[in-house]
Design a protein around this ligand. Structure first.
Ligand code: MSP
Length: 345
């Protein structure tokens, strides 16, 4: 029987679920239902991403222990999906012991492959993005996303030899036009790969951050949150021995928004390649919901609550609006007026 595996990003637990998360998850749910109707053996995964600086900081600000905090917010996502008619087959948390074990096994494989080395690194670190930026990537000295100056951090860390796979990845994307869609995002990734790809810093010293998965080859470090998070797509299937893994991998389609294109299109395939695993089947990338042309954010106070919309307009109307209003791949503008118009017509 033909199989189909669809995933959403696993959402950070430092914010409550909003319209953006609901859009991706409802889109994934619709795709999953469609493939089930076609008679395919389908598996639909969502979940939460719980390690890293950002979560540890939010817990502290809230005066909660980080584990309790992660449990509490993760539950909000877990409980929201059935309320929105989402029928996911599983829900993964990066704090699940099975996931943590998988991340360590994966790291060890890549390490044994000779693709992880120790080195000194200095760079501009944005805590909001949880990543280093090169000087060239900054926007007048600020993080291009958060518009705040990053901190210059110099430390010893472990690196993944991502550069080794640059040529392979470029050829792979060129030879498999269906791998990244829509086409605009495929072109964007190919453009990224025209410049030399830098190796990826994949550790954080415990002196700075404890909330993460310990490196199997150095207990003084935890794993960089993206290296941990991406592995959820296989740990949820019980990789390496799991029955679900042999059944659904590599028939995977990852659905994401454009904000996390690079980790999915560049980090993840090169990680899989290094560990000797087959590459997932497709990346499907959508745009961003905006409110009056502005980004939705807590600080702007324009965050749209999916449950409120459901209670005003009913679930089917709300779901239909989301799927109909946004042209897949492009940004969409959310307004309640737009919803009412669609609904009435
Ligand atoms: N934890 C990472 C993903 C790891 S996946 C291995 C992360 N989490 S997130 O909570 O920030 O979620 C980002 C995703 O939420 C986007 O890629 C998108 O699916 C969804 N969206 C969040 N805000 C959105 C909009 N305003 N509009 C559309 N989708 C948005 O990144």
């Amino acid at each position: 029987m033909e199989t189909f595996y669809i995933t959403t990003p696993i959402y950070y637990v430092n914010a409550d679920p909003h319209l953006g998360h609901a859009y991706t998850t409802i889109m994934a749910d619709s795709m999953s239902r469609f493939h089930k109707m076609l008679g395919k053996d389908t598996f639909f995964l969502t979940g939460t991403d719980e390690h890293g600086d950002k979560i540890a900081e939010s817990a502290k600000k809230n005066g909660e222990g980080v584990r309790d905090y992660a449990d509490r917010v993760s539950r909000k996502f877990y409980e929201l999906w059935p309320e929105l008619g989402v029928e996911n087959d599983s829900f993964i948390r990066t704090t699940d012991p099975e996931h943590v074990e998988c991340v360590q096994r994966f790291l060890q494989l890549v390490y044994d492959q000779g693709d992880i080395y120790f080195g000194e690194y200095g760079g501009y670190y944005c805590f909001g993005c949880e990543r280093f930026f090169t000087e060239k990537e900054l926007d007048s000295g600020n993080c291009p996303d958060h518009q705040e100056p990053p901190e210059f951090i110099q430390e010893n860390n472990y690196f993944f030899r991502m550069s080794r796979y640059q040529e392979w990845l470029r050829d792979y994307i060129q030879q498999n036009p269906g791998f990244i869609q829509p086409e605009g995002y495929r072109k964007e990734v190919l453009a990224m790969l025209r410049d030399p790809l830098e190796d990826l810093c994949i550790s954080r010293p415990k002196s700075r951050l404890q909330w993460g998965v310990e490196l199997p080859f150095d207990s003084g470090y935890v794993t960089y949150v993206w290296f941990d998070a991406l592995i959820n797509y296989i740990s949820a299937l019980g990789w390496p021995e799991g029955e679900k893994y042999s059944r659904y991998w590599p028939a995977a389609h990852h659905l994401v928004a454009k904000d996390i294109l690079k980790p999915h299109a560049v980090f993840w395939p090169t990680m899989l390649r290094s560990a000797g695993l087959p590459i997932y089947q497709g990346l499907r990338v959508h745009g961003y919901w905006k409110v009056q042309e502005e980004k939705m954010s807590k600080s702007m106070g324009n965050v749209v609550s999916p449950l409120q919309l459901r209670s005003s307009y009913g679930l089917d109307g709300f779901r239909f609006f989301l799927l109909r209003e946004m042209q897949f791949g492009h940004d969409g503008n959310f307004s309640e007026e737009g919803l009412i118009n669609r609904f009435n017509s």
